[in-house]
Design a protein around this ligand. Structure first.
Ligand SMILES: NC(=O)c1ccc[n+]([C@@H]2O[C@H](COP(=O)([O-])OP(=O)(O)OC[C@H]3O[C@@H](n4cnc5c(N)ncnc54)[C@H](OP(=O)(O)O)[C@@H]3O)[C@@H](O)[C@H]2O)c1
Length: 301
């Protein structure tokens, strides 16, 4: 007996239009599609390059790839995945159009709009409110880059905005495997400064490591290969033992003369020295060190 191909389960969920076709848009479109959501449109800017990106992402998820001008924008949910600096202008550009459509009695308007900036509040989407659109910000504490599709299992999403829009966002996050929490508007900038240090500036730190290795005569590629075992073990220790018990090296031992030697040789590499000193000061603030006064003098903490 022939077995039927599995049919993708579609329960009553919002249909989604995604504005932008960059890193987050690509991740979300693929993840939402895999979770059974209908992606109606991927909306790009009015330029051939933007349209090309929108079309190629749309093809992957069975959506229409369109420019803002040609978009129907009739999905239930509109998700802005554009750079932070573009969110307000993109919402303003649509606000008037939505209101005109509403006043003309058109019902096929988005009911909800989200953006995913960690730093900006839902008020960036205020221009959509007069058309009856409920708005929220939904920021995943995860990194999305081309060529990697991370799991969202257990990934926190910071939500803030209108109750109705947050309800929809919470449901989507749950279906994608993430965990929502409410973040007050006033804490968003501080929250996002932290978020930026968890991955983007952590990568900047790793690049500084390569610079330090290069100063010691290693190629960057060799430095990456040689340092990954200790980096991985450090992260594993941090997760299992916490920061203090994972802290080894000359500061915890109080080997001030060793630190003095580092600072002296790093004079030839001021960029690396700057990071070294900033991190040594952080260690003096938050980690167990011996011979604290000698170390403090060395890094002028
Ligand atoms: N990537 C992450 O790890 C991450 C994590 C959490 C939150 N976020 C948030 O996600 C949002 C998007 O970030 P991203 O990293 O995905 O940025 P991105 O990779 O630079 O992509 C931005 C996309 O928006 C498009 N775009 C720009 N202005 C537009 C407009 N006016 N109308 C339509 N499309 C427009 C760009 O297309 P063209 O330039 O080709 O026109 C591009 O496809 C930001 O708010 C960011 O804070 C990102």
């Amino acid at each position: 007996m022939a077995t039927k191909a599995p049919v993708k389960k579609t329960i009553k969920r919002p249909t989604v239009a995604i504005m932008g076709a960059g890193s987050l848009a690509t991740f979300l479109a693929v993840a939402l599609d895999a979770a059974g959501f209908t992606i109606a449109e991927i909306v790009g800017r009015d330029s051939p390059r933007s349209l090309q990106s929108a079309r190629s992402l749309a093809t992957r998820v069975g959506a229409r790839g369109v420019t803002t001008r040609a978009a129907a924008l009739d999905a239930t949910l509109l998700w802005f995945c554009v750079p932070d600096r573009e969110i307000g202008a993109a919402a303003s550009a649509l606000g008037g159009q939505f209101l005109a459509r509403k006043l003309a009695g058109q019902e096929a308007l988005p009911r909800f709009a989200l953006h995913s900036s960690g730093a900006l509040c839902s008020s960036e989407l205020d221009p959509l409110r007069p058309a009856g659109v409920a708005v929220a910000s939904a920021h995943p504490l995860m990194t999305f880059v081309g060529g990697s599709q991370p799991s969202l299992t257990g990934v926190p999403f910071a939500l803030e905005g209108d109750d109705q829009a947050m309800r929809v966002a919470r449901r989507i996050v749950r279906e994608l495997g993430g965990e929502s929490f409410r973040l007050p508007k006033a804490r968003k900038a501080d929250y996002h400064a932290w978020a930026t240090m968890t991955s983007p500036l952590f990568i900047a730190f790793l690049v500084t490591l390569e610079e330090a290795a290069h100063a010691a005569g290693f190629t960057r590629k060799d430095a990456r290969r040689k340092s990954l075992p200790i980096i991985r073990q450090t992260l594993a220790n941090y997760a299992r033992l916490g920061p203090a018990r994972s802290f080894s090296g000359p500061l915890v031992r109080g080997d001030a003369k060793t630190v003095a030697k580092h600072l002296s040789t790093l004079k030839r590499h001021p960029g690396v020295q700057e990071v070294y000193v900033a991190l040594a000061r952080a260690a003096l603030r938050g980690l167990p060190v011996k011979d604290r006064n000698a170390l403090k003098r060395l890094v002028r903490a």
